[in-house]
Design a protein around this ligand. Structure first.
Ligand SMILES: Nc1ncnc2c1ncn2[C@@H]1O[C@H](COP(=O)(O)OP(=O)(O)O)[C@@H](O)[C@H]1O
Ligand SMILES: [Mg+2]
Length: 426
């Protein structure tokens, strides 16, 4: 634990220009709960996307930043999009500003990041505004793809540890280079050993940090998630979160022909390696890379490493992905997501901004209640919904209520009583 002070970090103001379907938005946001109501395709997810974009420098869903620029302005001579936030920290206000500007005529956009009016790298955004986003697709984290689960770990770690973010981005660059070399060697031949040695070292340097920190986070998540899960499921079985590595990070001398994989003879039940240091992971990663070199060459790509690892959710010995009911999978996903809030709060000393994107309708009454119980634990929550009725009457009166219609946000005005037609006539 770095600090114990629970500060009131929050997003005070959000400004958007040409961001998705927001042509122009200036929005003040209070502490506490804000509920944003709107029908389908009005801009609910876009609003939360903008907040995560400002917090991490990356959209949680767009594959390219150009998707974020409003369609209508793209044909203008100088199209741009801008998102800006005023974030209150303990003793100061931070101004974050990301502008997307056209990249010389190639149809793409480049990011210009400014923090307190000074040009910075996107990486420098990390940690100013902590967020936990929960979307309908996260409800299916357990049954979803491995890349979705890796992303879940990566986004949480990136926000807590800038060094993790740098290592991950470095790893991805080196991986691309190593894969290009593998393909080149496969096509043209050459001294594989000499050339690969350089890239192996580089890959292992950042990759070992990524694996070691993921193992740490999983260990932390498991403690919190298991408790929440007991509450949620009303059951007796303990939830386990296990790292499913593509190589055994605790084993430094792999067999000559390693057949270790998460689908093969590897530990079907996953590995708990909370105590492994980066040094230990480094040694085993390097050993496994060497042992697997001929397979990598044959495949023309790197077959082991954190880019191929996965995470498993277990009840007892059963992997919920394979054996859990849909309800069990959703309960485990919710418990893990809520655990993230607790860990971020503990590590950073501040509660993250909780962003709930239209998830209420995905959850049954018990899970809804559980989710709502977490809201008082955080200082600022922004919830989107299509239906005010998703919230029990105890949350609505204390919430700040907004409506979004076609990219415009306004304060909620109570219309005619909801059930006017059903009211008994006296
Ligand atoms: N780059 C863009 N420019 C303009 N509109 C966009 C852009 N990207 C998405 N949209 C539109 O924004 C609308 C709102 O999307 P979204 O926020 O996902 O809706 P919802 O309220 O259902 O969460 C959709 O109609 C979508 O087509
Ligand atoms: Mg949506």
């Amino acid at each position: 634990m770095r600090r114990t002070l629970a500060a009131t970090m929050h997003l005070r103001h959000l400004a958007l220009t040409n961001f998705r379907n927001y042509i122009r938005l200036e929005l003040d946001l209070p502490l506490g709960v804000t509920i944003v109501q709107g029908g389908n395709a009005q801009g609910k997810s876009n609003l939360l996307e903008a907040i995560v974009f400002l917090a991490t420098g990356k959209s949680p869903r767009a594959s390219s930043d150009s998707e974020l620029v409003n369609w209508l302005v793209k044909d203008e001579p100088y199209p741009f999009a801008r998102a800006a936030a005023e974030v209150v920290r303990e003793d100061r206000v931070e101004q974050i500003d990301i502008t997307l500007l056209p990249n010389k005529g190639n149809g793409r956009f480049r990011k210009q990041v400014r923090i307190n009016a000074v040009n910075k790298r996107a990486m420098d955004l990390v940690g100013i505004m902590l967020t936990v986003l929960f979307r309908p697709e996260d409800v299916d984290l357990v049954s979803g793809s491995p890349s979705q689960r890796r992303r879940y770990l990566d986004i949480a770690l990136c926000q807590m540890e800038p060094t993790y973010c740098r290592a991950l981005s470095h790893y991805q660059k080196v991986l691309t280079q190593r894969n290009a070399l593998l393909r080149h060697l496969a096509e043209r031949g050459g001294d594989a050993g000499e050339q690969l040695r350089y890239w192996d070292e580089k890959l292992v340097e950042s990759g070992s940090l990524v694996v070691a920190r993921r193992l740490w986070l999983l260990h932390e998540l498991e403690q919190e998630a298991a408790l929440l899960h007991l509450d949620l499921s009303g059951g007796v079985e303990r939830l386990h979160l296990r790292y499913l590595p593509s190589f055994d990070p605790g084993q430094q001398s792999p067999p000559r022909r390693t057949s270790y994989s998460r689908t093969g003879t590897g530990p079907e039940r996953g590995v708990v390696y909370a105590a492994l240091s980066q040094e230990q992971v480094r040694a085993s990663f390097l050993a496994h890379l060497h042992a697997g070199r001929s397979r990598d060459l044959a495949a023309g790509m790197t077959l082991i490493g954190p880019h191929r690892d996965d995470l498993g959710f277990y009840l007892g010995e059963r992997n919920l992905r394979a054996y859990g009911s849909r309800g069990q999978q959703r309960t485990a996903a919710l418990a893990s997501k809520l655990a993230e809030v607790a860990i971020m709060t503990r590590v950073s000393g501040e509660s993250p901004i909780l962003l709930l994107d239209d998830v209420m309708s995905e959850l049954d009454a018990t899970r809804r209640r559980m989710l709502l119980e977490v809201i008082p634990m955080v200082k600022q929550t922004i919830v989107t919904t299509t239906d005010w009725d998703d919230f029990a009457d105890d949350l609505l009166p204390q919430a700040h209520r907004l409506e979004v219609r076609e990219g415009r946000v306004k304060a909620w005005t109570s219309g005619p009583p909801r059930d006017a037609s059903a009211a008994p006539t006296l």
